[in-house]
Design a protein around this ligand. Structure first.
Ligand SMILES: Cc1cc2nc3c(=O)[nH]c(=O)nc-3n(C[C@H](O)[C@H](O)[C@H](O)COP(=O)(O)OP(=O)(O)OC[C@H]3O[C@@H](n4cnc5c(N)ncnc54)[C@H](O)[C@@H]3O)c2cc1C
Length: 320
């Protein structure tokens, strides 16, 4: 029985490549949804995140797999999707008390390139991290869809196929995986004369260069309005973030919204739900990092009956 991938965001696109490399019999299908995240995501990968300044869950192995995956697709399509660059984390005076002791943590030291402490100005310190970068998520998904379409794989699922639901927040909102914590976010694209060779994060926001003097900046987190619509509040919050990170000299060229599909932090969920449906969802706010390895595991399970990683297996989703 052939497989039918429903949804061609980051999850469905990564799965499609992994299935293609296993010579599987499959089709892909996508219908636009206003909440789709992959069409707007900045695609940032940042080794050390959060207020507590901790290394991301399974960061090292996920990064190695993600970079190998994007490079392989780049080789096939003759395009460029993975753009490695340093991440500059700006730290406030208040945060510095928490962050400074962590700088000697042996788990974090491989990712630490340098620290600059300031005696004046709005920030106390700037920490330079290696291992970060940007995945051009939208370009990757569009190029993947085009590749699958030109290979004759794009078609609505047949009644006989085994469906794999890769529907992102649109699926979660219908209750597909039970309770969820999906969060809407707004992003601005701005034009400015700032350096294009680094990502800047700090104060709960980020600024990611995307080429041609353009930057994506964000983002808001809203849990009680999941409609994919932009808002004046989103515009003013992200403007504020940008001013704090880089100053007031920029021009807004676009404002977009999408919904991060979250079921347990940003840890993906793959495999069978108790009702028998097969899912790949829950990429949260770190899809660029986790989608390739989760897709490889799911494809191996679908095609070769390989074991699912218990940390990702949908079977255990609501058991802890
Ligand atoms: C504001 C914001 C900023 C973000 N920034 C980053 C970042 O910097 N770094 C990072 O790694 N991640 C980031 N993310 C998260 C990242 O975008 C997501 O983890 C990832 O895109 C989710 O991919 P997905 O394929 O699961 O879902 P989606 O991208 O939502 O894709 C699902 C696809 O399925 C389609 N679909 C849904 N239902 C159906 C159906 N019934 N039939 C057919 N098609 C259907 C949808 O139209 C869509 O194309 C951000 C997200 C947001 C919202």
């Amino acid at each position: 029985m052939g497989l039918a991938i429903i949804g061609q965001g980051l999850a469905g696109c990564c799965l499609a490549w992994q299935l293609e490399w296993l010579n599987a019999d499959f089709t892909v299908y996508d219908e636009p949804r206003p909440v789709a995240a992959s069409r707007i995501a900045a695609g940032m990968i940042n080794p050390v995140t959060g207020k507590n300044y901790t290394l991301g869950w399974r960061f090292s192995e996920s990064l190695a797999e993600a970079v190998g995956f994007y490079r392989r697709v780049e080789g096939i399509l003759g395009a460029s999707f993975w753009h490695p660059m340093p991440v500059i984390r700006l730290v406030s005076e208040k945060e510095w008390k928490k962050v400074a002791p962590k700088l000697s943590d042996p788990e974090l030291s491989p990712w630490l390139e340098g620290v600059e402490v300031f005696s004046e100005g709005p920030w106390k310190a700037a920490i330079t991290l290696r291992g970060g970068g940007r995945v051009a998520v939208r370009d990757f998904c569009e190029a993947t869809r085009e590749h699958m379409r030109s290979n004759g794989r794009f078609s609505p699922p047949s009644d006989l196929s085994r469906r794999v639901h890769c529907e992102g927040a649109a699926g979660l909102i219908t209750g597909q995986l039970g309770p969820h914590r999906s969060a809407q976010g707004e992003i601005l694209t701005v034009r400015a004369n700032w350096p294009q060779d680094r990502i800047t994060v700090g104060g709960g926001g980020w600024l990611v260069p995307v080429g041609n003097s353009l930057f994506k900046a964000g983002s808001t987190y809203v849990w009680d309005r999941l409609d994919g619509e932009i808002s004046p509040a989103g515009l003013s919050r992200v403007r504020e973030i940008i001013s704090e990170l880089a100053g007031p000299d920029f021009e807004v060229v676009a404002q977009e919204a999408g919904v991060r599909p979250i079921v347990r932090r940003s840890q993906p969920v793959i495999g069978n739900m108790p009702d028998g449906r097969i899912v790949f969802n829950g990429l949260g706010s770190k899809g660029s990092l986790y989608a390739p390895s989760a897709a490889a595991n799911l494809a191996g399970w679908l095609v070769n009956d390989a074991a699912l990683d218990p940390g990702l297996d949908a079977k255990f989703l609501h058991s802890s």
